[in-house]
Every structure is written in structure tokens, then in C-alpha cells.
Design a protein. Sequence first.
Length: 731
Amino acid sequence: MTLAKPAKAGGAMALAVAMLCGCTGTTPPPQPTGSPGADPDVLVREALPTQPRDITVLAATGEAIWASFPGGFSSGGNRLSLDGGRSWQAGIGYSEIVQAVGYRGRFGYVGGEDGEGVPYVMNPTAPNDPDELSWRDEGGGMRAVGVGAALNDHNLLMTTGHMRRVRFPALPSRGADATHSYAFTGDAALVVRISATTGGHDYASLLEVATGRSRGVLRLPRTSQHRLAGAAVFSLVGESGGLNLCRQPLPAGAASCEQVAQGERRGARTRLFQYGDVSVVDDPGSDAPLLIEGGRVTTIALPQGTVSWVGEGSGDPSRPLLRTVDARGEPHHLRVDEQGRTTEWITVPRVPASVASLALTPTTLLGTWVADARTGVWVRPLTGQGLGEATWLPGRAVDAASAARWLIWRDASRRAVYDNGVRVGSSDGEPTSFSGPYLVVDGSARRINGARQAATRVEAVFGSLVAEQRATQAKAYSVGIRDLADPSLKPVVVKLNDAPELYNRVMLWGDWVGSTVARDSPHGSRDVKYETVLVNHRTGRRLTRPGMLWQLGDGYGVLQVARENAEPDAFDSELAIWNTSTDELTRLGPGTSPLAFAAVGDRIAYTTQSELIVRAVRGAAAGQPRLLGVMASGRAVTASPWRADLDATKPLASGSLSISNGDGLVVRSLATPAAPAGSLRGLSWDGLDDAGLPLPKGTYRWTLIATAVDGTGQVVNVTGTGAAEGLIQKG
């Protein structure tokens, strides 16, 4: 499995958005399988649901169909069928196909490697012996390709054996503000510029490919739906009396129009798909597509349950091809016969679903499937019996989770903030670190409510602890660790690299801070070796291991490491758990990827190529639970009670919150419930003592007295060196 490169220091680790392809549909997530298997550390093991990996028809001509299959071009995913989809053979060897068109048994396309597109003509019976068109790179993108010619931004016309600069004839003065699109006739004898105007007519400007000479300008109906097929321009026009389909023969000839639907159609959002001389029309006034063939209009019978459809592939296939999607989000590929009946000409392959994002809390697993039709985030409760049934939230991916808080990626610039499953706000930008009520956006530390903290050049947060980049000295990369909740503490400076740059972003958890650095290989090799550096900022202990750091947890790091016995030049890797107490490495096996994993406490969730796994991490989370932070408001009076929400690193048993005065005397004790996710919400004090009498104004101290469910002891502050406590200013 190819793994994404981590973001460099100071940047956000991007989600695998490139993975979000045009595939749709999935089966519901499976229920827990019961027995986790022979490994006692595995808490949940279940097969990944399957989802369709849809094909994309590039072009078609006659019974020849050229399509992209799952796996992509670089994996040999483009294939050819010479019998209408009944059997398939390997396609061309190029990995990038920009445009493609079919006509009378041949394909024209623009293909190549690394974005350098070159026009070709391909005979499907000998796909890897294409005829390359004459081509000189003028730095412009392709405007159109035909079977034997291509046109780029600089009006270079290329045909077999020669190329030339061309100039399209001038439009009438009424077309001065026109916008243009370009296409070739089927035999590539003419290149046509179709000009859309704001006036009463559009125009088709014609050039002869062999000579570059003008063949004049034809007037077309004014519409957004022009399609060039064979040797004619087809135009779909909505008028007050109905929907008309017009045909303009090229290079000259009398235009003809026929009405395909009656009734008001001005401004209607119609679509025209053209397959040689056969048209398929999407008419909003009709419940089904319309087939226009030989002067007849026939309603196309789509399969029951179809919710959307589109014409697919360019060219002149023997019969029109449609792609439909049903109510479950499943794609289907149909062929339309002369009577408007449809048959499914290929079965879409199914593969295990790919997980695009994962986040884990003590009580919940969140995630997204790649290109799920629901385009949402699934949320599954995690209990001692396994994973429960999924519910869904709107969003593109889950960014992160901490205690009971979740960050859900809603769009390119906004994250929705959830607390205990309820949306409570939003955050702009792209967070690079998130812990309790704190997050890092664009190098600044913020509270979850958007309040900025007094910190700059922040690389990572762990609750109120921040790692700030220091000014580089002696070409070293150093961070300063300090506590936003206690400004009196002097920052601790930690050097992570002798060079001024890191390969990956900085990560912080408890006493440990770390990142990945790049090292040159010995013996003058150009290969770069990646090394993870972890430093205990309390004790100064320093650990290094080959591999990339993807997450830092409670007593461990998650690394991407080279697989044992992998080929020297192969990018073959897997995830591994690095125990910071014992310095031991536990490999998770082939097929594990940093694109789909999450960790909290002593649990890690990840996927192989076929399974979703939640497992315990031995030796992790052995320390006391730590207070990540508190969100407080109010003046501790009856009219404005002091209210607080607290987050800790572990699930907590029921306990109490004691409130003491300036002399250290406890004046009020509030019972606290159990916190399965480590979050206490809605704590409130009205300024009264245990007897119900009002207390004087002043500064009071609260102290959380609660123990971890796992038996590791009393909750302590974020540094692990004292009680979990804070101040209250009573108004």
C-alpha cells in the first residue's frame, strides 16, 4: 500500500482527501464478530464492509469500450473491450489520460506521464502501438482532441506529419463577448469552435484540419447544450412551446429541428448526451430520459430505484451508454436499445472499503469510508462487547477526538465541534493538534470556543501544555514546553534535531515530545532515512528509532516503519507501536497504514486491507490520569453560578469536586459522576457553602478528587506533578 508523506513541520498533516474519488456506495458497517481471535490484545476484529469500485468509461466506438477500472492507470487499471463489455484486455501503458474520444473503430486521446500530455491515435486491437501525433510543447494545455488531431491553448493544430498555427474566423459583432469551446468532427477533418453569446444566436467557426483554412461561421440556436458528433452540431433548445433538438450538418447544409417534448421549457435545466447520430436527453419535464433516434422519441426505461443517471463515454458506441445510481448509492452501467430498454453490460467490482479517517475515544470510534455515498462520518459506540451499530453525522472526515470532544471536517475551512455527540460550535482553519479544550490552528493555541491563548509559534498541545518553536540557534530545531494554565512555570527547552528543519510536525503527549527527522544514508547514498526522535522533557531521556512518527500516545508512539525483509528499493512499510518505557517495538503487520488509525489511552484502532481492528497496547497508559483542561464561566453567585467542564486523559470513576477558601478550608464539596470518556460536564457552584449559606467574595480553589477506572490512581494536573485544581473568582 502506498503511504502518504507526512506534512513538514509547521504545516497540517493532510487527510487523504486525494483518496476521495468519484466512487459511490457502501454496505452498512458490519456488526461485531464476537471472538476477537487468537491474539489476546485484539479487542475487536471485524471484516471491512465492501463497496463498489466503479469503472469510468473513457470513450467508446462501435463495440469497443475503453474504461478505467479500480486500481487506476498506474496499476494497469485502464482496459479495453472489443465486444461491448463481455470480455476485457489490458489497455495502454500510460498512467495519465487527459481526454479521449472514439470514432469509427479508433480512439484519439491525450496521455503520458507526470502531467506531460501528448496526443495519440490508438487502434483498440493494438493499443500499445499508438500513432503519436506531431507535437511541439508550447506550454499550453489541451483544448480538444480528435481521432487524428489535437488543439492546444496556443492554437497549434497537430495532425500526422505536420502542425500549424491557426486563426479562427472573426465572429459577427454581436458575438464580441463570446465564450468558446472546441471539438473535432469525428473524422478530424474539421476543428470547430463553438461560441456561446449573450445574444439571440451562438456560432460555430470551422477550420479545415489539413490546410488550416477557414470554412466559415455558422449560426446556431442560443443554448448551453451544443454537442459535436460525427459531422454535425446537435443543439438542445428550450422554448415556450417545448423542447427542440436541432441538427446542423458540417461544413454546410440546412439545419433541421424536431420537437422532443411539449410545454414551457424556457430556462429549464436540460442535458444533452450525443452518441453518433443518437441523442439522449435529460428533460426536467419527463420522469425518465428521452431517446431520440431516427426521428423517433422514446422514453428510456431506467431500472426501478434509480435516483440519478448520466450519459457516459464520448464517441460513437453501437448503443448509448448510461451510468445510474440507485437508492443505496450503488452504481450501474447500462446500455440502451432501440426501444428504450436498458441492460446492465458490466458488473461493478466490489472491494473492501477503504477508511479515509479514524478517531478514537474511550467510548467511541469515529470514521469515514472513502467516497461513501452518505458523505458522512459514522459514529460507533465502543464497549466491552465490541463495536455497536453506526449512527451518522454530516461531514467529510473526522479530524480528531479528545475525551468527549470531536472535530468533524465539514468543508475546506470549517470544522464542526461536537461534545458528547452534540454539535456545540465550529472552528475555522485546519487544526494541527487537538487535546481537551485546546487546539492549534495556524501556529496559535486556541480554546475550543475560539479564544486565543498567550502563545506563539505553537507546534503542538497536550491539554494546556504547549510546544512552541524556539528561534533556531546553531542550526538546531528546538521547542519550548510550557503550561498555559500556570505562567509561573519556566519553559523547558528541548532540542529535537541538529538541523533547523523537521520532516514531520511536532507531537506532544504528557512528558514526551517528538517528531521525525530526515537523515542522509551512509556511504554517500542519495537515499534519505527517516528517524523518530522522542525526548522526555521532564527527565531528559532521549529515544530514537528508524521510522516516521504518526501519533504520540500515553506511553507509546505509533510509527510507520519499513517492513522486515522488504526489498531495499521498495517502499514497503507497516505500522508499529513503540513503547517508551521499554523501548520495544510491536509491529502491526502488512497492510496497516497511517492513513487509517487512531489511538487513545491503551487502545489503538486501525485497518488492514480487509479488517478493522481495535487492540490494547501492552504497557501503555500506566500513569495516573491527567487533567487536560477546564472550560469555566460564571461569578459563583446564585444569579451567575460558576460552571465548569473538565477533560481528563482517562475514564474516571465517580468522585467529588472540593472548593476551599484562601485558608485552605474546604467550604463546599460537590459530587461528580463517573466520566466514561474522561469528560465531566455541567459542574456548578452557586457560591454557597455546604450549609447553604453564602460565602464572601474572593479567590477560591477547586480540586478534583476522582480516580481512574483502570486503577492507576487519582487524577493529577497536566504536568503530572500535583493535584488537578484551579481558581474561582467569586463575584
